[in-house]
Design a protein around this ligand. Structure first.
Ligand SMILES: Cc1cc2nc3c(=O)[nH]c(=O)nc-3n(C[C@H](O)[C@H](O)[C@H](O)COP(=O)(O)OP(=O)(O)OC[C@H]3O[C@@H](n4cnc5c(N)ncnc54)[C@H](O)[C@@H]3O)c2cc1C
Length: 343
């Protein structure tokens, strides 16, 4: 079969990797960006696989789909030769002493949604010392053993190289597609027919998804030689919640704001003050950290904040992965392939 995937962001790449592994089809990827560009939200993401912690605001279907994705990620990363981009040694949730009621609220919400939340352990100071000595100033924290992260930027970069050099993949970079319909795509002045078309344009598919909106998110990248945190760590706070996601060599992603806006312009002063004050209050070693960069992008989000798969003749559309793209993409793609082209 000749297959077109429109949008080579996170979903488009997960689709392509599955198709080259499981079928002999010929795949053409289209993206308005270059293969190594920064346009996809998948390039901005922290890559957290937080199926439990996300339940604070998400529905239990996110948990179930997330659990399936966690099982599928290792094979995808092995396919790319970067098995170590998957880290699964748990995450930490903490709060300042004056906000400890946030921790109670958090665990009660999770327990009301899934029974598996009973595996989450409350750590006292000694428990925190054992797992993450750098967080010892905190008196209480939750440890969620079955959470982790994918190194999102490594996934995006390595998948670009892998797919660009694959003999059954053609990547049309810097090509904006203006029409995506049943077995047909339109770009520049041309229309091309395919045996199957996948629409994975994220926020770029607004014409074809009612109520598709962008939710702005901003992150800092910091170099912090004085900080040694090894697991994704969240701080609960009544007004702003932040996370710290460790990357190799004492580099940390600090995120993320969540603003109902499709503005992708650089980070605002307000957001930078909130994120940096919060991270400094978590660990004073961040005072001497160096700001490597800031990144802003928009999460493609549907009305109910849930992902959607729309199947048509010779056409599958996947969208709405919102703040859970890494947590959901492998399982959502699996479901989309089995409900469409593999039928
Ligand atoms: C700040 C931030 C932090 C995040 N952190 C996490 C996290 O920790 N864990 C997690 O699970 N998720 C996280 N996410 C969410 C995740 O990044 C998204 O859910 C995911 O990237 C959505 O994937 P997608 O493929 O649908 O969209 P994208 O990754 O945005 O890809 C869409 C692609 O389509 C292309 N495109 C659009 N229109 C066209 C067109 N007309 N023609 C050609 N190409 C087009 C774009 O260039 C892009 O490459 C975060 C997101 C943000 C913004």
């Amino acid at each position: 079969m000749k297959i077109a995937i429109v949008g080579a962001g996170l979903v488009g790449r997960v689709l392509a990797l599955n198709l080259v592994r499981e079928t002999g089809h010929e795949i053409t990827l289209f993206d308005e960006d270059s293969a190594y560009g920064d346009l996809p939200a998948g390039m901005t993401a922290a890559g957290m696989l937080a199926s439990f912690a996300e339940l604070e605001t998400a529905e239990s279907v996110i948990f179930e789909t997330g659990q399936r994705s966690v099982a599928l990620w290792p094979a995808l990363l092995e396919q790319l030769g970067i098995a170590d981009a998957f880290q699964f040694k748990g995450s930490i949730i903490t709060a300042h002493p004056q906000d400890l009621s946030e921790l109670d609220h958090f665990i009660n919400t999770l327990k009301s949604k899934v029974k598996e939340a009973s595996t989450i352990t409350l750590l006292d100071k000694a428990g925190i010392m054992d797992l993450e000595p750098d967080l010892q100033q905190h008196s209480q924290a939750f440890y969620i053993p079955q959470e982790g992260q994918v190194d999102a930027q490594r996934f995006m970069q390595t998948s670009a190289g892998y797919l660009l050099s694959h003999h059954r993949v053609f990547w049309r970079q810097n090509t904006k597609v203006h029409r995506v319909s049943n077995g047909l795509i339109g770009y520049h002045d041309k229309e091309e027919n395919y045996d199957w078309v996948f629409d994975a344009r994220g926020l770029g598919a607004q014409e074809d998804f009612e109520y598709l909106r962008g939710v702005r998110g901003e992150v800092f990248w910091l170099d912090a030689p004085e900080v040694n945190i090894s697991r994704p760590t969240r701080m609960l706070h009544p007004r702003y919640k932040i996370y710290i996601v460790p990357r190799p060599n004492n580099r940390y992603i600090i995120g993320a704001t969540e603003i109902e806006s499709e503005d992708k312009s650089p980070m605002s002063v307000r957001s930078s003050l909130e994120l940096l004050s919060a991270v400094y209050s978590m660990h004073s070693g961040f005072a001497e950290a160096r700001i490597i960069k800031t990144m802003t992008n928009c999460r493609p989000t549907l009305k109910d904040n849930l992902p959607a798969i729309v199947q048509g003749e010779k056409l599958t559309r996947i969208n709405g992965l919102y703040r859970h793209g890494y947590l959901l993409a492998p399982a959502v793609v699996e479901e989309a392939l089995h409900g469409g082209i593999y039928q």
